[in-house]
Design a protein around this ligand. Structure first.
Ligand SMILES: Nc1ncnc2c1ncn2[C@@H]1O[C@H](COP(=O)(O)OP(=O)(O)OP(=O)(O)O)[C@@H](O)[C@H]1O
Ligand SMILES: Nc1ncnc2c1ncn2[C@@H]1O[C@H](COP(=O)(O)OP(=O)(O)OP(=O)(O)O)[C@@H](O)[C@H]1O
Ligand SMILES: [Mg+2]
Ligand SMILES: [Mg+2]
Lengths: 256, 256
């Protein structure tokens, strides 16, 4: 039975996709079977793992709307143990179509439950919004990782996100937990970076991952080669950070 | 009659809000009357201009849903000639409410037309989505500035955004033009940054602003003090870049 973790934060550009790709790749390198679900119509996780977003035949959209079998849409990535349920630009239209479905908040859960037994982890990359697809991801998930960029605006939206999570815990998914807050794009030389880290650690205490993801150019170069950073430059700070994050996640879940 | 410009790009974290605040402040410093409309429920432009987002009584939401007069909701910023129509977290719900309105794409245009004669420029900060509120902004606008972060993922979504703009030009706003592509968070030392600049300039030629916005810590520190960068550190690279952008915009529109 896979552990399902959503990557969510309505603030844009905070490292949701970068974390989905690289945490998944790190867990795969440690020989866990991992499925990444790209639930963002931008399809950045799909292209970041090396797939041409214009050549995808079956994506999450077809699974939701045309009821294509989930395992028919899953692709094998270039790392052993790593798989992807790709996204497609058409997913933008899915939200409107889902509004009229009977169990509209449980659509993604139904898609995912079909393959849940084939993996150890399923990571869902969400778009920068709290719309119906993100609600679906949080309803299907066992827990949520909240990437927090070490910037001022990134702090502001956390209250709204936590409210949404509470509503989902009350009405749609009582088991949903917060896996942790992940500080990203940390630069130890910047006062602002350190202020944000202090503030998040004061507020959220032991819900904050020990592992900080530092700002590292290799993390933003890797997707242009369609590779996770561990395959692009295994010695980089970015690769080390995400491998440490994978190990910390396993420890937290008593899986080492 | 104000020139109305939307800041739009569904990719998150590319500099939409930073550009809305700092281009507006630069135009105000050059003594043009400017209104910033915060059309993002995150309300980053509202807090970035120094307002407490929890204390806003009338926001764009009340103008849209309760039909509060637009000028009743407008606030004066701490710079002469600069005004703000603030946002509110409730705006998230407005999209659902607007779906049932008769002229649902023209709601923001109607709100804005009431005050259009009082300003030289109106800048609309959009959320990272192509949903109904962003469609409203593009329908109300004379032109759109597309911030493009100098990163790989930022290139991917441009096709979809340009498609959306074409659809709006055909069906909702024949006068909508592309004011320009604005390259943001440029770091001349990084190969990736230079590759993105080359690619955007090759593709979009003279539609790309000459002014590049470089990565500059003062731009990300300023909002934590509720100030535009020109008020936070007028000598910074960030302040200079946005003043240059304001001058380039004025030249392009034969307003110098
Ligand atoms: N630690 C890091 N160091 C350097 N660059 C990073 C880091 N993490 C992410 N990036 C880069 O920052 C940009 C934003 O990251 P990413 O796209 O993962 O964020 P996101 O939250 O998924 O964005 P969106 O809200 O659009 O979905 C990307 O170009 C990415 O390559
Ligand atoms: N040129 C720059 N140099 C350094 N930091 C910048 C620059 N431009 C923006 N930033 C910072 O990068 C982050 C993202 O910018 P911003 O919030 O303006 O993007 P956005 O497109 O409005 O994001 P969203 O998609 O969430 O609305 C912010 O923390 C901002 O302070
Ligand atoms: Mg993303
Ligand atoms: Mg913004």
């Amino acid at each position: 039975m896979a552990k399902v973790i959503a990557l969510a934060n309505q603030k844009g550009g905070v490292g949701k996709t970068t974390t989905a790709i690289n945490l998944a790749a790190s867990l795969a390198v440690l020989e866990y079977d991992v499925l990444v679900i790209d639930a963002d119509p931008q399809a950045n996780a799909t292209s970041g793992l090396g797939f041409d977003i214009h050549k995808i035949e079956n994506s999450i959209y077809e699974c939701i709307v045309d009821e294509v079998e989930t395992d028919k849409a899953v692709l094998k990535a270039d790392i052993e143990h790593l798989y992807l349920l790709p996204s497609h630009i058409d997913l933008v239209g899915a939200e409107i179509e889902m509004l009229n479905m009977p169990d509209r908040e449980f659509v993604l859960k139904n898609v995912l439950d079909k393959v849940r037994n084939s993996y150890d982890f399923i990571l869902i990359d969400c778009s920068p919004s709290l719309g119906l697809i993100t609600v679906n991801a949080l309803t299907a998930a066992d827990s949520v990782i909240i990437p927090v960029q070490c910037e001022y605006f990134a702090l502001e939206g956390l209250g709204k996100l936590l409210n949404t999570i509470k509503i989902i815990q009350n009405r749609l998914n009582t088991d949903l937990e917060i896996e942790g807050f992940l500080l990203t794009m940390y630069d130890s030389r910047l006062r602002l970076s350190n202020q944000v880290v202090d503030e998040v650690k004061t507020h959220f205490q032991d819900m904050v991952f020990e592992t900080l993801i530092t700002r590292n150019i290799k993390l933003s170069e890797a997707p242009s080669y369609g590779k996770a950073v561990v395959m692009y430059d295994a010695a980089s700070k970015g690769a080390t950070n995400y491998l440490n994050l994978a190990r910390e996640l396993l420890q937290k879940n008593n899986m080492t």
